[in-house]
Design a protein around this ligand. Structure first.
Ligand code: ZN
Length: 216
């Protein structure tokens, strides 16, 4: 898992509760009071603690029978290959387009599945990729879904964004569990979008493009 914040908190809690046996949590930030309204694995006494360690402590309380490995590092192109090496599934909870681009490239190269999510002020979406069973994020971009497909969240996230982030994170956990359980047969491959302006839940599958430099 990349990120132990607003998306990572619900995702990690649901996976730990479901008994996913080994979770690696990557985050190089520390807990701050301004984030507590939407990052539910962290509490006021955790102020200043690395988020990866704060999250791992709560997840171990939640399910002492699983292994949780905290990594207080920033995920990037220079360490992606090594960090993803052992993973059955990569879950991008960074809400950062640049990170998602690296995740897409690295997972396509390594033949790993990933589930990425993003949220803005009025919408959110989850994207899942299983090698050989659908298009990647670059294919999606050519189909009209760019890496910045949700409107930018404001730098100081207002409290009302917390429930939207939690909703998208919960959906991301659902998709991640389904991909872990069913792989290429997951019903959630491709796009799932939550829209609060034209309220609804929209799903779309993607065919891989034969000319895609990453998954084709
Ligand atoms: Zn592709």
């Amino acid at each position: 898992m990349i990120g132990a914040g607003a998306l990572g908190s619900p995702v990690a809690a649901y996976l730990a509760g479901a008994g996913v046996g080994r979770l690696g949590i990557l985050d190089d930030a520390t807990v701050s009071a301004k984030d507590l309204h939407r990052q539910h694995l962290h509490f006021a006494p955790d102020h200043g603690v690395p988020k990866a360690h704060s999250a791992a402590a709560k997840l171990t309380y939640l399910n002492p029978e699983i292994v949780v490995e905290p990594y207080n590092v920033r995920f990037g192109a220079d360490n992606a290959e090594g960090l993803l090496l052992d993973a059955d599934l990569v879950i991008d909870c960074s809400n950062d387009p640049a990170t998602e681009e690296i995740v897409n490239r690295s997972c396509c190269a390594a033949g790993r599945s990933f589930v990425a999510a993003a949220y803005g002020q009025r919408s959110g979406r989850v994207f899942s990729f299983v090698p050989g069973a659908g298009g990647c994020r670059v294919c999606a971009g050519q189909a009209g879904h760019g890496f910045t497909d949700v409107e930018d969240a404001p730098p100081d996230q207002p409290t009302w964004l917390g429930p939207l982030a939690g909703t998208v994170g919960s959906l991301q956990a659902l998709v991640a569990l389904d991909v872990l359980a069913h792989g290429r047969d997951s019903a959630w491959r491709g796009w799932t979008r939550i829209d609060l302006v034209e309220p609804g839940l929209y799903r779309q599958r993607l065919q891989p493009r034969s000319d895609c430099p990453y998954c084709g």
